[in-house]
Design a protein around this ligand. Structure first.
Ligand SMILES: [Zn+2]
Ligand SMILES: [Zn+2]
Length: 291
């Protein structure tokens, strides 16, 4: 292309984490994807959260040229996962538009004991003994760890990277990733930790990515983390249908809103859209094979 065409073009961004297969989009997916393209969001990665969701992500990637798939089983759904998800994962990963595995990782935000405690309070039944609750939590954590390990093993085997979901489980997540770090890179998506944690993650050869939380009034700590993150070590994502950026906060999120996220990100990094576009797209292309 010539110089004029190049400068006329919108700076391009990617939505590296979307859940296009969720029912929130079922009625108008072609419109949602067209709106993203019109906003300069040139590629969208749809993330699987269990077997069926991963299959749907692959279908969408086959249907829309600018959609790609990540296949995996979310830690919050771990109890419904089969004992061995590895074989199915290997099979899914064979599809040409699968660019990574996930989302996988650990999530201790809502442990079974928290749910039981709520039930106990509302139903007024006598509290179960602490030991039993602890056992339930342990079983849940073990199942998540087992599932995460299967993703890491298949990723190492197939030379793919992992989209990592971590909530209230940072130490355990890093401990599990560490032995694989030479072979598998992770992106800690929806990153909401501090700069010291970001540096630990980069130290393992992994990356972080930022959502619309960057634009929230109370998101200053995350803007501080982004400020400290090198320009070539992070990506942008919506995590839609969740986490719509300002001015859409509280509404259904969609990939077009990477634009609003990129505006705040460029401000925080003190760089132009073109620089941010070049850096984040290059990072995504290096991280997600076949993107
Ligand atoms: Zn997640
Ligand atoms: Zn997600």
């Amino acid at each position: 292309m010539n110089q004029l065409e190049k400068s006329d073009r919108l700076p391009i961004f990617y939505d590296t984490h979307a859940h296009l297969d969720y029912p929130e989009f079922a009625q108008e997916l072609p419109t949602v994807i067209a709106r993203a393209q019109a906003a300069g969001i040139a590629k969208i990665i749809s993330i699987g959260t269990d077997l069926e969701s991963s299959k749907r992500a692959i279908k969408l990637a086959e249907q829309f040229p600018n959609v790609f798939a990540v296949v995996g089983w979310h830690p919050s759904n771990a109890m419904e996962a089969p004992a061995d998800f590895g074989a199915a994962l290997r099979e899914l990963a064979r599809q040409p538009k699968v660019v990574a595995l996930g989302e996988t990782g650990l999530d201790y935000h809502r442990l079974p004991s928290a749910n039981l405690n709520t039930k106990i309070q509302t139903s007024q039944t006598p509290p179960a003994p602490d030991a039993r609750l602890q056992q339930e939590d342990e079983r849940y954590k073990q199942k998540q760890a087992e599932l995460f390990r299967q993703h890491l093993e298949v990723a190492a085997e197939l030379r793919l990277n992992c989209v990592i979901h971590q909530r209230d489980s940072l130490e355990d997540t890093l401990a599990q990733l560490r032995p694989f770090a030479a072979r598998v890179r992770g992106v800690f998506h929806c990153f909401a930790n501090d700069a010291a944690t970001m540096r630990q993650i980069l130290g393992l050869g992994s990356l972080v990515s930022f959502t619309g939380i960057l634009t929230f009034k109370n998101g200053q700590n995350i803007r501080d983390t982004l400020f400290a993150t090198p320009l070539d070590q992070f990506m942008l994502e919506t995590d839609c249908p969740y986490l719509a950026p300002v001015p859409y906060r509280g509404k259904r999120c969609e990939p077009a809103y990477v634009k609003e996220i990129s505006q705040v990100a460029a401000q925080v990094k003190g760089c132009s859209f073109e620089e941010l576009s070049r850096a984040t797209c290059a990072t995504a292309e290096k991280f997600f094979q076949r993107l």
